[in-house]
Design a protein around this ligand. Structure first.
Ligand code: NAP
Length: 270
């Protein structure tokens, strides 16, 4: 495997118009990669490109439409001849008590967070395999390793992404193409702005900054780290608790139902 550098490498970051994706592009810039930034909001991407420099490639696309996501990969390869790093970071949250949320959200969350990423990988792999080189970071979540109340649809999409990543790591072992399942806990970004206004939740989850998370993503690119868990719950605990489901349900329900704003609101009681 050739690289432990980002210099002159081609990098596509989805969800770059905000939060973690935005910070990752900015934190990567000093390494001098060729950056392609993707999201739906063209104005935000243009603003970021201003800060990154004239060679930045702007890809306005909706990853929940597989054709648009796949076209983004082809645009990068057509222009730069190769794709070295794919950061699948675009994502949406759904915070609700499951039966009270809109049914359409179940589909939309899965199509953005899982189907979108899976299609970008499907389109990128033939190029990376031909290169015998490439690394893909899938930005999942701690919620992709454990069931988190009031985030069920989101959790499901991130479990899917973690499962996909783990299977692909094994399927393409020794091909030169490597994968990171990247699992952050709470991060202070526009996605969590509303929920982190709740002081108890903020205190309990002690959110990281987008820049801290971005630096860990870069670490994973440089080291081809298979799995990176970075949050309020240690990775070993997120995994160990699965061995004792009855206890895990009791403990989680007791903590979360006491502190979660949705559980405290009358509408969410059951
Ligand atoms: N914040 C956290 O606490 C946290 C924790 C764990 C994991 N994560 C994950 O980290 C990733 C980044 O989240 P963030 O916290 O940085 O949230 P954010 O600030 O809301 O950013 C989300 C990004 O995804 C893009 N996006 C959403 N839907 C898209 C679509 N259909 N097509 C293309 N781009 C789309 C958004 O851009 P447009 O709106 O312009 O399309 C935006 O750039 C997500 O996958 C999230 O699930 C976040």
């Amino acid at each position: 495997v050739s690289q432990n550098t980002l210099t002159d490498k081609t990098v596509l970051i989805t969800g770059a118009s905000s939060g973690i994706g935005w910070a990752t592009a900015l934190e990567m810039a000093p390494f001098r990669p060729k950056l392609a930034i993707a999201a739906r909001r063209a104005d935000k991407l243009a603003e970021l490109a201003q800060a990154l420099g004239p060679d930045t490639m702007i890809l306005t696309c909706d990853v929940s439409d597989p054709a648009q996501g796949r076209a983004a990969i082809e645009e990068v390869v057509n222009r730069w001849g190769r794709l070295d790093f794919l950061i699948n970071n675009a994502g949406i949250m759904a915070t609700t008590q499951f039966h009270l949320g809109p049914a359409a959200e179940i589909d939309q969350v899965m199509r953005t967070n899982y189907v979108g990423a899976a299609n970008l990988i499907h389109a990128a792999l033939p190029h990376m395999l031909k290169q015998k080189d490439g690394h893909i970071v899938n930005v999942a979540s701690l919620a992709g390793l454990m069931g988190v109340p009031y985030m069920a649809a989101y959790c499901a999409s991130k479990w899917a992404l973690v499962g996909l990543t783990e299977a692909l790591r094994r399927e393409y072992y020794d091909s030169g193409v490597t994968f990171t399942a990247f699992c952050p806990g709470s991060v202070d970004t526009p996605m969590t702005e509303a929920s982190l206004r709740d002081k108890t939740l903020r205190m309990l989850t002690r959110p990281k900054t987008a820049e801290q998370v971005a630096r860990k993503i870069i670490h994973c690119c440089l080291n081809r780290t298979p799995e990176y868990i970075y949050g309020e719950t240690p990775g070993w605990l997120a995994k160990a608790i699965k061995l004792v489901p009855r206890f895990a349900d009791w403990a989680t329900a007791n903590v979360v139902h006491r502190v979660h704003p949705l559980a405290k609101s009358a509408g969410a009681r059951h």
